[in-house]
Structure formats: C-alpha cells, structure tokens
Design a protein around this ligand. Structure first.
Ligand code: CO
Length: 458
C-alpha cells in the first residue's frame, strides 16, 4: 500500500507555531533538498503567508513563490485558498478571484486547496472553476466540525458535491484538531465508498489526537496526509512527518519518503526553531496539548481567545458561563464550523451575552452581516427570532453574496496607479490595500537609495 505526504513546514506549521513569520531567506537554502525528499507536494503559499510577507517581512509574496518554484522542480507546490475570500477576510468580486487564481498558477502553484468556512460551496465555485481552467490540481476541502446537525452523511454529501464540481481530490480539513481516530477511519472509509477522488486528511496536534487520527485515516485508505517535519510539528501544528513515515512503514504503507533526506531537512530547520523559541516568536504555550477543546468541542485557539477577552475585562471568573453560552450562540447561528471568522464571531458574542447579563443586547456588525447572509448559507437553521430582532425588516441575501459585488479590478488598478508594476501588484493591493501600498512605497524608497549610492560611487 502507498500513501502520499504533503509537507506543511513552509505554510501551516509556520503559521500555526510562529505566526507565519519565517522569512524566505531562512528556508531558501533547503528548498533543493526538500525537492528530493519524495513529498507529493510542499504546502508553501496562501493562507496567512501572503499577508505576512507584505505586513511583517517586507517581502513580495509573488517573488517568494517564484523563488520557491526556481528551486523546487520536481515536487508540486501547494497553496491554501479561502474561496471567495481569496487570502483576505472579506468576500471579493469574481474578477479579482479569477485573476488571483490564474496568477497563482502562472507564478508556480500546482495544487490549490480551496475551502469555505461555512462549507457553502457556492463560495468556492468560481475559484474552483478558474483553477481547473488554469490547469491546476484542485483540492476541494470540507471543514470538519462537530454539532448535532453534522453527521457522516453531511460530509459525504459535501464530498460528492466537490466531486461534481470537478475537483481532483477532496480534503478533510480538521482545522481544530478535534477529529478523533475513529471518526477519521469512518469518514475516510465512507468517502472512499462514495466518491472516486483521492482523499486527503489534514489535522492539527492541538488536542493530542493528530498522529492517531492520521494513522487511522491511513488505515482506512486515505491517499494523502499532511505532516510537518518533526522539529516544526506537534502542538497547534501538524503531526511529525518522520514519525508517521516510520509508523506507516512498519504497517506496510509506503510513503515514498527518503529517510536520510528527511533527517537533513529536520537538521536544517532545528536552529530556526531554536531561534524562534529564544526570541519569543514561538510561544511554548502553542506546544501544549489542549484536551479542553475535546470537552467543549471548540478549537484551542478560540478557547485561549475567550480567556484573553475575559482577562481584559477582569471577568475571568465568568469563563464557565461563557463556555455554556458559546454552544448556544453557535446553535442560534445554525452551527457554523468554528474556524476564522465564525469562531471569533461566536466567541465575542458569547462573552458579550454573558457580561451584559442579557443575550444579544449588543450585536457585532459581523454577526449582523452573517445574519444578513453576507458570509453565505449557514449549515443549519438560523434562529429566526434573533434574525428578526437584529435585522428588523432588512432583506436577507439568499443568493451568493459575491453576485451582489461589482467587478473591481480596473477600479483598484486605477487607484494604485504607477505604484503597482504588474497585475500581481494590483492583486496584492486589491487584497491588502494599506499594507500593499506601504510595501510599494518602501520598495520605491529602497531603490532610490540604491540609485543615489551607485551614483556617488561612480
Ligand atoms: Co491547518
């Protein structure tokens, strides 16, 4: 038996452990070696990497992708895309989505994993369509969550729809690390029985279940698992590549990975990990095993956000009430998967409901937008009394929210003017106007310094 491994150290592990702050210069030196390891793909772009490059690292994310591509000639390059949200936090018009997807492929991406936080597949259809046209391998992802309305059948049905949309593989995306080994086994088995596409399993070690979950997924016939090289694994990151490789090998499941190369990669990243720990960039807390997430069925990151919010308001003693209120708010909203941005929405509202002593006395503008249908269709029924209370007679958007948005590319291109030198620049600006403009200004300034310097020298 065979299984493929996707290495996440450059994207998800980097994002989960050190807030996506690994600069290209830290990992450029190992890319040629990583290309020889036998990974099916390197997850190296998308997610928060794009924002982080522009905002914190003074790096052009497109240039980073092209550089990775120059080094990595055999292994597929993979990115994570939030459907209609692209890599940002709001819905973008279709013209921006299509151009972004096309440019990602042109600059070197082979595999695009596409998901929507609510599993509203209308929010990924344009990205999926464009990715297929651009010749990418399209991985449709379903966000795994638990709730009274989320059953095995729910996810199998989503898998079938992804297949119908033309996706080339289906990923079970367990962003909170709450999928148990048994569920992984059952879900992979059910998907294998009902759809013909390769099944990919993505989880996190947050609750300690990660490696067991991947092992059972492999046993059930998963085609690909996501792992992180060991020194960047564990905690809120993925299960360790090498450990899974050795365990699976004994079970007769061949990963195709080369052990000496894995060792070389791990040795390369160890000092980077050590430096991050020394500088405080890596908070040891993220390495904890958070089994409370299993008790409360909410992601570890959301739990620590609730604690932080209550601390600020000097109300940490109200945590038990907030933990009781959280699932009620989620129920009112039709059980959205607890992933960005719904996890923040639900958490903030639960805290507000408890501290105000009255439910929904204050309602955030995000919840309003959610109830208006701006994020898409809720998985379950929304509390209609609440919707009426918040929206009054305002109409609810039943269709796809992006259908209400005008094309934007020409407008943003005119807006940023000469500061943008390519379509890629315009897209950076469309996604993150403030940080991208600042990045372009810096770029210009640095160049003028260089010019002055070389004139003087001459
Ligand atoms: Co993840």
């Amino acid at each position: 038996m065979k299984i493929h491994v996707t290495e996440t150290v450059l994207r998800d592990a980097n994002q989960s452990l050190i807030a996506t702050r690994m600069p290209l210069k830290d990992f450029e030196g190992i890319l040629d070696v990583m290309d020889q390891a036998g990974y099916t793909s390197l997850e190296c772009w998308g997610g928060a990497t794009f924002d982080s490059c522009l905002r914190y690292l003074d790096e052009d994310p497109w240039e980073r992708l092209r550089t990775i591509r120059r080094h990595v000639k055999n292994t597929k390059l993979q990115m994570l895309l939030r459907g209609q949200n692209i890599l940002g936090y709001k819905h973008y018009p279709d013209d921006i989505v299509r151009r972004f997807v096309r440019k990602s492929v042109e600059n070197g991406i082979d595999v695009i994993r596409i998901f929507d936080a609510l599993n509203d597949l209308r929010n990924i259809e344009v990205a999926v369509d464009e990715a297929i046209r651009a010749g990418a391998q399209v991985q449709g992802a379903l966000c795994y969550t638990t709730s009274p309305i989320h059953t095995l059948d729910t996810f199998v049905d989503l898998g079938r729809q992804l297949e119908k949309m033309g996706c080339h593989s289906v990923c079970i995306k367990d962003m909170a690390g709450i999928m148990t080994p048994k569920v992984a086994y059952d879900l992979v088995s059910a998907l294998k029985q009902n759809i013909r596409l390769p099944i990919v399993v993505h989880t996190h070690c947050t609750t300690g279940l990660g490696p067991m979950t991947l092992l059972k997924a492999a046993e059930a016939g998963a085609d690909t698992i996501d792992c992180a090289i060991s020194c960047f694994s564990g905690g809120t990151s993925q299960p360790p590549t090498e450990s899974l490789h050795y365990a699976l090998k004994e079970m007769g499941i061949d990963t195709g990975l080369k052990e000496p190369v894995l060792k070389q990669i791990n040795d390369y990243f160890k000092p980077i990990h050590a430096r991050a720990l020394d500088s405080g960039l890596l908070n040891p807390i993220v390495m904890n095993t958070e089994t409370d997430a299993l008790v409360y069925q909410i992601p570890g990151g959301m739990l620590s956000n609730l604690v932080a919010q209550l601390k600020v308001q000097n109300a940490l003693d109200r945590l038990p009430e907030v933990l009781e209120e959280t699932p009620r708010v989620r129920e009112d909203l039709g059980y959205p998967p607890l992933v960005t941005p719904s996890s923040q929405m639900v958490g903030v509202q639960a805290v507000a409901n408890v501290l105000a002593g009255e439910r929904y006395k204050n309602v955030s503008k995000e919840i309003k937008a959610y109830l208006r249908g701006e994020y898409g269709r809720a998985p379950g029924a929304v509390n209609e009394a609440l919707r009426k209370q918040v929206l009054g007679d305002e109409p609810v958007i039943e269709g796809r929210f992006a259908d209400t948005l005008e094309p934007e590319y020409e407008k943003v291109r005119a807006e940023i003017g000469d500061l943008a030198r390519s379509e890629e620049d315009v897209l950076s600006y469309a996604l993150f106007p403030v940080v991208a403009e600042k990045f372009f200004q810096n770029r210009l300034e640095k160049e003028s310094h260089t010019v002055t310097y070389s004139i003087r020298k001459a």
